[in-house]
Design a protein around this ligand. Structure first.
Ligand code: COA
Length: 156
């Protein structure tokens, strides 16, 4: 079966809220998802598997900076490359629209997500103490910044 990555639509909201509630201690509500469609600075993608939504990714894009707000995949569909496909698509669209640097926060204990982001070129640059609730936990602040290359081809 194939993964389809496409623009999120309001029809996806019931499935995405159901997955949210199974996934996060402080899940986004229907209204939080609906509000995304009112803002032209949010990039919102849905992953479909077998014709129904199994995950999503959301970015806030302001000028040259993209802030990744969410990447989630329903538990039964993990380790199939769906988050990687969502993230690659999100970063690609943002770069086409002029973004150069990307940032996100992730729970310090969330190794699957940290590995996913590291594989996409993100590097941990700091900690926000007690950033998360339910349960309380520190956040790692990760960035993917543009690579500066010397005229010799050597990376700085
Ligand atoms: N352990 C270690 N590394 C993992 C991992 C795990 N359980 N799951 C994903 N990864 C890393 C691996 O490097 C993997 O590459 P590989 O399969 O070649 O080794 C890479 O991420 C891509 O994996 P992928 O299959 O695309 O990830 P996924 O579709 O399973 O989704 C999450 C990964 C993190 C989005 C998913 O586990 C999830 O939804 N978790 C709950 C929500 C969440 O924490 N979101 C992120 C914070 S907002």
């Amino acid at each position: 079966m194939n993964i389809l990555i496409r623009a999120m639509t309001p029809e996806d909201i019931p499935d995405l809220v159901r997955i949210e509630r199974k996934t996060f201690g402080m899940p986004w509500s229907e209204k939080t998802f609906a509000d995304l469609f009112r803002r032209d600075y949010n990039l919102c993608l849905t992953a479909e598997w077998g014709g129904h939504p199994v995950g999503c990714a959301v970015m806030t894009l302001l000028g040259e900076e993209g802030d990744i707000d969410k990447v989630m995949v329903e538990e039964e569909y993990r380790r199939k490359g769906i988050a990687k496909a969502l993230l690659d698509a999100l970063l690609g669209i943002a770069e086409e629209r002029g973004a150069r640097s990307f940032t996100l926060e992730v729970r310090k204990s969330n190794l699957p997500a940290i590995r996913l982001y590291e594989k996409a070129g993100f590097v941990s640059e700091g900690v926000r103490p007690r950033f998360y609730e339910k349960p309380v936990e520190d956040a790692l602040i990760m960035w993917r910044r543009p690579t500066i290359t010397r005229p010799t081809g050597e990376s700085l």
